[in-house]
Design a protein around this ligand. Structure first.
Ligand SMILES: *[C@@H]1O[C@H](CO)[C@@H](O)[C@H](O)[C@H]1NC(C)=O
Ligand SMILES: *[C@@H]1O[C@H](CO)[C@@H](O)[C@H](O)[C@H]1NC(C)=O
Ligand SMILES: *[C@@H]1O[C@H](CO)[C@@H](O)[C@H](O)[C@H]1NC(C)=O
Ligand SMILES: *[C@@H]1O[C@H](CO)[C@@H](O)[C@H](O)[C@H]1NC(C)=O
Ligand SMILES: *[C@@H]1O[C@H](CO)[C@@H](O)[C@H](O)[C@H]1NC(C)=O
Ligand SMILES: *[C@@H]1O[C@H](CO)[C@@H](O)[C@H](O)[C@H]1NC(C)=O
Ligand SMILES: *[C@@H]1O[C@H](CO)[C@@H](O)[C@H](O)[C@H]1NC(C)=O
Length: 436
């Protein structure tokens, strides 16, 4: 017994340290990779294609999009850019005639908005910095621009890699590693009859940490069931109650113009609730059939200033390996480790419910799912039918406490939901981590 306590403590320590290095057990290789391909040398520098690939399964970059920064190693300038722009030109007074696009030592780059003229575009640019998650839409999980750099090295021996990359997307949370030279990228022509090669390629990898992004969760989960009238609400102040303004849903303020205008710093304007979360996920255990059971998921938006485009929801539940039908969301199993298949992602159907509207009448989306019972594990006891983990847009939501769930009538509330499945789904990845 004492031994197992020690092992638990050890796991807890690993859990804490794993957060510090931005390890997400449900998406262990998730990252954003920024790749620079030098496609030509110029008299005083080079032209590079910069490509940002989002390899995160369920974390996308929403409007107002990404912001990329770096520090030049020498006194480089940016002569021009295609498909993106710097936000500040900086001091270019020492240039006569041809003036650079940006002279700052630490340029800050943003994507162009959709609708720029064709001659100012390149492939995968100009989406307002919005990048889909890899799990939802791999083809849209990319963003690109071209940069022409001057006063830099002009060969792969003299070029110095930019340093100190920073990625905001659109808030904080990402940490980028150093740029590293990698084998040159090979490009194929569309007809696949000719290939060309970058003159030099380097890569930067950025990873996300929810703890760096914000002190509090940004969503919470509530439970209900057909077998008990009790609704288990979100925990009070699940998303932090301090320094938060909110407006009551029956206040006449909400009909005033401008209430839905996003603020410059992207701060929310919340409807007052006891949880103070911008998003709530409700899980309802709806029907029990002989061989199946049915659950209903409803996601509600309490932020008047946010439309969640291309939202994603990740759920961990031991029965997700037997999803039979999902009625009005898209569903994709996530398999972070070959031995674990109890996790899946849900997202909206295109043009139907892929937009979770601002708080108010239309600020919710919902679906039902049908699951096949596995006679050996299925039970309504001990809250088994409720999810073990829930993420909205890649951030983990606050669940009710482990022993709080609608009880089956006459079932004793003795044991918590900590059973074998928690070992398999929580501790096993950590075990892998410790072996690492
Ligand atoms: C980033 O993600 C890609 C694609 O999943 C993976 O191949 C690569 O190893 C990851 N990089 C890091 C440093 O984790
Ligand atoms: C630099 O370019 C030369 C040819 O110009 C090539 O042989 C060499 O492999 C390149 N080095 C790197 C690091 O790309
Ligand atoms: C790296 O960038 C951050 C943010 O732009 C800045 O605060 C920091 O001083 C930079 N570090 C170096 C070594 O340039
Ligand atoms: C959300 O979308 C609707 C319809 O496109 C728009 O009228 C509204 O202003 C948007 N709200 C926000 C907060 O962007
Ligand atoms: C899913 O996981 C279970 C138990 O971990 C395993 O028995 C089953 O073979 C897995 N299925 C797939 C398709 O990987
Ligand atoms: C549940 O799924 C697993 C793996 O996909 C399969 O082996 C098993 O037979 C399924 N159980 C039921 C009751 O269909
Ligand atoms: C319903 O669940 C609640 C919370 O778990 C519990 O306190 C209550 O006794 C249950 N009701 C019945 C009729 O069992």
């Amino acid at each position: 017994m004492r031994g197992s306590g020690f092992i638990l403590l050890l796991f807890a320590l690993v859990l804490v340290s794993s957060c510090a290095v931005a390890f997400d057990p449900l998406d262990p290789t998730g990252n954003i990779t920024i790749k620079w391909d030098v496609i030509s040398w110029t008299p005083d520098g080079y032209v590079a294609m910069v490509m940002l690939n989002n390899f995160q399964m369920y974390r996308h970059i929403m409007s107002p999009g990404w912001t990329l920064g770096w520090t030049w190693a020498k006194k480089e300038v940016i002569w021009s850019m295609v498909g993106a722009q710097t936000t500040d030109q900086g001091d270019c007074t020492k240039f006569k005639g041809n003036i650079p696009h940006c002279c700052k030592r630490t340029p800050t780059v943003v994507d162009l908005l959709p609708g720029v003229p064709y001659n100012q575009q390149i492939a995968n640019c100009c989406k307002g910095g919005v990048v889909a998650s890899y799990g939802q839409d791999p083809a849209a999980a990319v963003s690109a621009f071209q940069v022409s750099v001057g006063l830099s090295g002009t060969s792969n021996k003299t070029v110095k890699l930019p340093k100190n990359f920073t990625l905001l997307g659109p808030g904080p949370g990402y940490t980028c590693g150093p740029a590293k030279i990698v084998p040159s990228t090979v490009f194929w022509t569309p007809d696949k009859r000719r290939k060309t090669q970058a003159l030099m390629t380097w890569k930067v990898t950025c990873t996300y940490s929810q703890i760096l992004a914000s002190k509090h969760p940004s969503c919470c989960v509530s439970f209900s069931s057909f077998y008990n009238d009790t609704i288990i609400p979100c925990q009070s102040c699940a998303c932090g109650c301090e320094n938060k303004n909110c407006i009551e849903s029956d206040s006449n303020q909400i009909t005033m113009p401008g209430i839905n205008t996003p603020s410059k710093d992207n701060s929310p304007l919340l409807q007052c609730t006891h949880h103070m979360c911008p998003v709530r996920v409700h899980w309802h255990v709806k029907i029990n059939y002989k061989e199946y059971w049915r659950a209903k998921i409803a996601i509600s938006n309490f932020n008047y200033r946010m439309n969640y485009t291309q939202w994603t929801l990740v759920v961990q539940h031991p029965n997700l390996d037997n999803v039979t039908e999902v009625f009005s969301f898209e569903y994709k199993p996530l398999v972070p480790y070959p031995s674990i298949n109890d996790t899946g992602m849900f997202y909206g159907m295109k043009y139907y419910n892929d937009l979770l509207m601002e708080a108010g009448t239309y600020g919710n989306v919902q679906s039902e799912l049908l699951l096949k019972k596995d006679v050996n594990t299925f039970t309504f006891k001990q809250g088994w039918a409720f999810p073990r983990k829930v993420y909205f847009n890649g951030d983990e939501c606050m669940l009710p406490p482990p022993d709080v769930y609608p009880h089956l009538p006459n079932s004793s509330p003795v044991s918590s939901r900590f059973g074998f499945h928690n070992f398999a789904t929580v501790l096993f990845p950590l075990l892998l981590l410790t072996i690492w």
